[in-house]
Design a protein around this ligand. Structure first.
Ligand SMILES: Cc1cc2nc3c(=O)[nH]c(=O)nc-3n(C[C@H](O)[C@H](O)[C@H](O)COP(=O)(O)O)c2cc1C
Length: 395
């Protein structure tokens, strides 16, 4: 059983999105602004659709936090859907007199057709409301709590976009080889970029690519990287498949809507190289009494465990499935072909996905951290952590 669990709920045009987080120790200081700032980061990015202008997400904390600190009980977070006012009848809990029009036209690339078959409904709204990436609001809110927890141990989770619609930057190589200071420098630049790309030249080319896609009535995907700094060696384990940290990270990141591939460190590129090129050789510095590496091709994970280097997770996002240029599909009631009608939608959401990536990665790292140093209060966790750091520093 995970040490930090969470479950999300809510429909895209329903009253609110929610999440319950279980396992956060008592005594962690947290305020709504810690969560709101992450929700705001999720909403940013060049290429988003109209909905982002309607929604300005703010959290309500319903349980688990008292007088500015966690108390060890489940934390319930709720984010209202401001658009709900326009959907009260369509999304009503009680049956309505004039039932709203069912949605019978499945969109290619969405959960619509398989979801309608699986849940035995001829109103696809029952499916699309929950399969929507609006759900990630809940995960970003939970991730903000995990980040707040990790920051108490100087662990930071950051991200950047490295590719949009085939337009790439060289950032990726810099990240896997770079020092923590350099990575934080890149992250600060990414925070100021409209596409979350620290490489100015690549940023301009990415924006041009998005503008082109908009003109063409098309959409784009891309690649982002999440980096975790300050993780001690020894989180996760080689001893059992489901305890491997890389497997847990891949599960969480693949769980984000539209993510089609996850790599750790050099990832797929490693497959084509010689062993002599990719293993991160081990050195020892007498002066500090520390082991160290000059490279980080492993992305901070060896044998399913963190090895003390920055953890580097890369994810590939597919293009947004709703296009202005309509795609062919078949009505599930009439069985007639149609060309989908365009609805307001994102052209590219890779920058936002990278923020969501940070959240789910933070939740996995916090879970693995609590598995290793777990306690019911922050004081107890701190004591366990310090004892272990002392142990490995004398190793
Ligand atoms: C941050 C984010 C925003 C998204 N915005 C849209 C959107 O505006 N329109 C759309 O059709 N799909 C959007 N998607 C993608 C769909 O949610 C996703 O492709 C769909 O639910 C099918 O799931 P799958 O791609 O994992 O198979 C978005 C995904 C993310 C992560």
């Amino acid at each position: 059983m995970p040490h930090l669990r969470y479950i999300t709920s809510g429909e895209s045009h329903g009253r609110a999105m929610a999440v319950i987080i279980e396992g956060v120790p008592s005594g962690l200081e947290i305020s709504p602004s810690d969560i709101d700032s992450e929700l705001m980061r999720r909403q940013g990015g060049y290429g988003r659709g109209g909905r982002m202008r309607i929604e300005s997400d703010t959290v309500q904390i319903l349980s688990g936090i008292r007088l500015g600190r966690t108390i060890g009980s489940p934390i319930t977070l709720l984010v209202e859907n401001r658009d709900w006012a326009n959907w009260e009848e369509v999304m009503a809990v009680e049956p309505q007199k004039g039932q709203p029009h069912p949605v019978t036209r499945p969109r290619p690339g969405h959960a619509d057709l398989a979801g309608a078959m699986k849940y035995n409904t001829h109103d696809i709204r029952d499916v699309l409301e929950r399969s929507s990436a609006r759900e990630t609001v809940s995960r970003v809110a939970a991730g903000a709590v995990a980040k707040r927890f990790l920051s108490e141990f100087d662990i930071r989770v950051v991200s950047y976009v490295t590719e949009i619609g085939g337009v790439g930057s060289r950032i990726s190589n810099l990240v896997s080889q770079g020092s923590e200071k350099r990575i934080m420098g890149l992250f600060k630049k990414a925070e100021r970029s409209r596409v979350r790309c620290p490489d100015k030249e690549a940023e301009r080319a990415m924006i041009r690519r998005i503008d082109q896609a908009r003109t063409d009535g098309d959409t784009l995907g891309g690649v982002f990287e999440v980096v975790v700094l300050g993780v001690p060696a020894g989180l996760g384990s080689y001893a059992q498949w489901d305890r491997r940290l890389n497997a847990r990270l891949a599960h969480a990141v693949m769980g984000i809507q539209a993510i089609k591939g996850v790599e750790i460190g050099l990832g797929f590129e490693m497959a084509g190289r010689c062993g002599s090129e990719v293993m991160d050789e081990i050195y020892y510095r007498q002066r500090t009494g520390r082991f160290y590496r000059k490279t980080n091709n492993a992305g901070g994970i060896e044998g399913g465990m963190s090895n003390g280097m920055p953890i580097v997770v890369r994810a590939a996002m597919k293009p947004i499935p709703t296009l202005r240029n309509p795609l062919s599909s078949v009505d599930i009631v009439t069985k007639r072909s149609f060309r989908a009608v365009y609805e307001r939608s994102d052209i590219c959401a890779v920058p936002s996905a990278s923020v969501i990536g940070e959240a789910v990665v933070a939740l996995v790292i916090a879970d693995a951290f609590l598995e290793k140093f777990g306690g019911d209060s922050m004081e107890e966790v701190r004591r366990n952590y310090k004892g272990y750091i002392r142990q490995i520093s004398r190793f």
